[in-house]
Structures are given as structure tokens and as C-alpha cells.
Design a protein around this ligand. Structure first.
Ligand code: MN
Length: 206
């Protein structure tokens, strides 16, 4: 089985003006595609591993032969994280029930959560992703470097922002804070809510 590039669930311009069309095209068609291609190359010698879905590979990296492990972690992570990222974005969606209540409970209120999430994204040095995860039944905001994925470290992803420069530099240049602020206009809280309800049952995005 060859891994394929996930189709964007909306038009390239659907997240304008917060995330611009040119960035979406480059990000999806070039960057995401490259992760897919390189994952397929990394898996070429391993017919057994080719049968696994990308989330299965990332959850069992220790079972991937050492010669391919870093490539699978980087490019498999690149595939999974971007699939996840496209899925949790949509413009002008209100914070949904269960996840809204869980955020209030853990962070005091939504504004605190937003501030903490953005502050964490600003602290990430180099390339990586800031995540809201469910970890041992508790909401947590964490940074992971490169294309590392929460599912490789036993955490269930609920929300993420890509803070690689390729995700924002075209439009926001070095203004990561502005990008992170804009990102809050394009969170698909209905999708995040569904991920949260699945996470409570131990299920993660696949
Ligand atoms: Mn990216």
C-alpha cells in the first residue's frame, strides 16, 4: 500500500484572510506531498510495514527497524500531523460544548487557555508543533519538535498549530504571534469536540 496525499477538505482560499491561499497551496501541495513521498520511499524495503496506516506506524515506532525509524518518524509524522491540521481547521466555528467545558475546567476560562496556547507556540524554538492533547485523562498544552507526533508518546491530539515557518512565513513573515492569533479564527471546534469525545474513549485521530 502506498500512502497518498489527503485531499484538503475545503478550497485553498477557505481560510482567508487568516491563512492565505498561496500558503495553503504551497503547504499542502508541496510540503505535505513531500512527506508522503518520502514516507513511501522509507517504507520501500519493508513490505510488512507498508500494510500499516500512518497512525499505526507512529504508535509503534519501536517496531520499525532502526535503519528506517527516523525517516518514518519524520515523514510519517509529517503526513499524520498535516492530515490532522487540515481536519481541525474551518473558519468561524464557535467553541463547542464538551471541549469548551473541559477547557474552562482545566484552564479557568477560554481566554486563559488561548493565552497559554499562544505563549507556548511562541516559546517553541526552531520547527515544530504546539498541541492540545489529552494525557492520562487530562488536557495539556505541549510543544513537540520537528514532526514528532503526540501519538508516538502516548498522548491523544485534540488541537494543533503548525509553527514551522513554512506554515506562516509567506504571509506573516517572522510575526508568529500574529499568525497564532489569526489561527484562533479558523479552529474547527466541532471537529475538536469530536476528537475530544473519541479521546475520552481512548481513540485518536487516524
Ligand atoms: Mn507544515
Amino acid at each position: 500500500m502506498k500512502h497518498e496525499l489527503m485531499k484538503l477538505p475545503y478550497a485553498y482560499n477557505a481560510l482567508e484572510p487568516y491563512i492565505d491561499e498561496a500558503t495553503m497551496k504551497l503547504h499542502h501541495d508541496k510540503h505535505h506531498q513531500t512527506y508522503v513521498d518520502k514516507l513511501n520511499v522509507a517504507l520501500e524495503p519493508y513490505t510488512g510495514l507498508q500494510k500499516l496506516k500512518v497512525d499505526e506506524l507512529l504508535k509503534t515506532l519501536d517496531k520499525v527497524p532502526e535503519a528506517a525509524r527516523t525517516a518514518v518518524k519524520n515523514h510519517g509524522g509529517g503526513v499524520y500531523n498535516h492530515n490532522f491540521f487540515w481536519t481541525i481547521m474551518k473558519k468561524d466555528v464557535k467553541v463547542a460544548k464538551e471541549i469548551g467545558a473541559a477547557i474552562d475546567k482545566e484552564f479557568g476560562n477560554f481566554e486563559n487557555f488561548k493565552k497559554q496556547f499562544i505563549d507556548t507556540a511562541l516559546k517553541l524554538f526552531g520547527s515544530g508543533w504546539t498541541w492540545l492533547v489529552l494525557s492520562n485523562g487530562k488536557l495539556e498544552i505541549i510543544n513537540l519538535p520537528n514532526q514528532d507526533s503526540p501519538i508516538s508518546v502516548g498522548k491523544i491530539p485534540l488541537l494543533t498549530i503548525d509553527v514551522w515557518e513554512h506554515a506562516y512565513y509567506k504571509r506573516y513573515e517572522n510575526r508568529r504571534a500574529e499568525y497564532a492569533e489569526a489561527f484562533f479564527h479558523v479552529i474547527n471546534w466541532e471537529a475538536v469536540n469530536k476528537l475530544y469525545k473519541d479521546a475520552l474513549k481512548g481513540k485518536s485521530f487516524a
